[in-house]
Ligand binder design. Structure first.
Ligand SMILES: NC(=O)c1ccc[n+]([C@@H]2O[C@H](COP(=O)([O-])OP(=O)(O)OC[C@H]3O[C@@H](n4cnc5c(N)ncnc54)[C@H](O)[C@@H]3O)[C@@H](O)[C@H]2O)c1
Length: 270
């Protein structure tokens, strides 16, 4: 280990079970010397295994619904009390679409569900940043990372409303990155991750086939949750102190590859 986060304090959202990307980020952040609190929606506390992660990493859990400004305020106040100072890093690892869950085709999206998806998966980043700025809860040079997917740039029919929602998430990271950067040098980036076998990922129709397709296109293959966590750690560290307002692909080269010889051969039936 490199002690990249020695002395840093953080908030990690979204660790539901051992497959969660946030779970791996928490393990790595702990290995790299950070102290942090874990948070998730109250319902996820009952269903998930977050307590085991808290024990393993010596962290406390603060339940918070990421759509509630009141919960987020409480989260920052309590996190700073527990950790003994302002926050240096924040991981936004929150995604949920009721339209996807209910298998509703994109063109027939239910708008109440659409709004819920926006609130949970994109607006929550704005709320977490806005409350942090208001409470001055993040140290100068602090780093915020939100996880996203390439459907924000290119169409993946099965990703339905989450494509639009991720586009909004990435835009919030850019827009807020300007304001928070000017005022406090706080950095905000999104990491655009390969398909990953998690609860949120595998809930998407046709995920298995698509996972294999992406793996066959990417020269390095799909990036797994653990390597995603490593990348997030570098973004929380001071080594990336001038990187902000970026959407950073972490996908084994998938986003820059038109087609691979492997896929061509499969199509030709070789
Ligand atoms: N799995 C993939 O293929 C993939 C690819 C690219 C990006 N991502 C993104 O990574 C992030 C993490 O997802 P994951 O794949 O680790 O799946 P996951 O299901 O383990 O994590 C999603 C988390 O969001 C939390 N959440 C949902 N509603 C919430 C609310 N109202 N308040 C607070 N938390 C809430 C869940 O409890 C869960 O912990 C998501 O933003 C997802 O879109 C995933």
């Amino acid at each position: 280990m490199y002690n990249l986060l020695k002395g840093k304090r953080g908030i990690i959202t979204g660790a539901l079970d051992q497959n969660s990307i946030a779970w791996k980020v928490a393990e790595k952040a702990h290995e790299e010397g950070a102290t942090f609190v874990l948070t998730n929606a109250p319902i996820a506390m009952r269903m998930g295994e977050i307590k085991a992660l808290a024990e393993k990493t010596g962290s406390q859990i603060i339940p918070a619904d990421a759509t509630s400004v009141e919960d987020i305020e409480k989260l920052y106040v309590e996190a700073q009390e527990i950790l003994g100072g302002k926050i240096d890093f924040l991981l936004h690892s929150i995604g949920m679409s009721v339209n996807i869950r209910k298998n509703i085709p994109y063109a027939e999206s239910n708008y109440d569900y659409f709004m819920k998806g926006i609130d949970v998966s994109a607006m929550s980043l704005h709320k977490m940043l806005s409350v942090a700025k208001k409470l001055d809860a993040i140290n100068e040079g602090g780093s915020v990372v939100a996880l996203t997917y390439m459907a924000a740039q290119r169409t993946y029919p099965f990703y339905t409303d989450m494509a639009d929602i991720k586009a909004m998430l990435e835009s919030i990271a850019r827009s807020f990155g300007y304001h928070y950067g000017k005022e406090k040098k706080v950095r905000i980036n999104t990491v655009s991750q390969s398909p990953t076998k998690t609860t949120a990922g595998t809930g998407i129709k046709g995920f298995g086939d698509f996972y294999d397709f992406a793996d066959a296109i990417a020269p390095l293959g799909n990036a797994d949750a653990e390597s995603c966590a490593d990348y997030c750690i570098t973004l929380f560290s001071d080594l990336t102190r001038m990187v902000t307002m970026q959407n950073l692909f972490h996908d084994g080269g998938y986003s820059s590859t038109g087609v691979s010889s492997e896929v061509m051969e499969r199509l030709a039936g070789e």
